[in-house]
Design a protein around this ligand. Sequence first.
Ligand code: AKG
Length: 293
Amino acid sequence: MEYFTESNHLLSDPPALRQQFNADGYLFLRDTLPQPEVLSLRRQILEFCQEEGWLREGTDVMDGLTDIEPILEGDKEWRPVYAKIQALESFHRLKMTPQVHTIMEYLFQEPVFALPMTIARVAFPRDNERGTQPHQDWLYVGGSTETVSCWAPLGDVPVATGGLKLLTNSHKSGFLVPHSAPGPGGNTVDVDADSVWLQTDYQAGDILLFKSLTVHAAADNHTEDVIRLSIDFRYTGYSHTISDSWLQPHFHWLGSPFDWETLQANWPDSPTANYWQHIPNLKVKPHHGLRSG
Ligand SMILES: O=C(O)CCC(=O)C(=O)O
């Protein structure tokens, strides 16, 4: 592996930032999300894990240490925890961070909005063959190919714990034909065996932005006992089209409790609730079918 190029120095030069994004297919930015909010969200999620007996007894909840068999996204035991995460206003609010919004406006050069569907990953150790396989987000996100994905660690994620890795320049290969694979999303694309993956030692507050055709995957968690937490969400410009399913919560296809009425029941008056209903002339088209879970 190699390390991402850090682009914070380009934040004062939007044309150069755009140029770098278009050239490499990604931007890695340190210290962009508010760290106290990231860490408070981490604590809330890990407390849910603790309530379900996922954490090793007698350890600090913030360390996220587990000694149980891996639980996979979609498993029966995973659902109550994920429903609690999706019901957190703070979880959905993180993507509205003004600094992220501004960066997205630099990229789109027009007003932007965050797609409502927001995803949390609770990645167990000792579960590498079932991690997210190499793919392009457009397969799941549909809509405009200009949609930008943002992945952020919820806490520090050193290389040993995995985190998102990607192939720079891969967005220039066009849409790659997927085939089925284990792990979230259930699909993968073939990559050359000698491809050099980029990754990093993530710190709480960092964000990784990438294009919807940039090939990426979850790097293996090589630890024995550390749960990796992350959030991912997407942005697009007002003039772009999105798929209707991205107006819904993640796993909405399971029905309640993964519907907005249930998830927003405790924060109906927050600006985070149903904000997309106030976006003028939202361009929406039917989703082509594949689900991001
Ligand atoms: O964190 C993961 O396992 C995968 C995230 C991902 O594929 C994405 O953010 O698009």
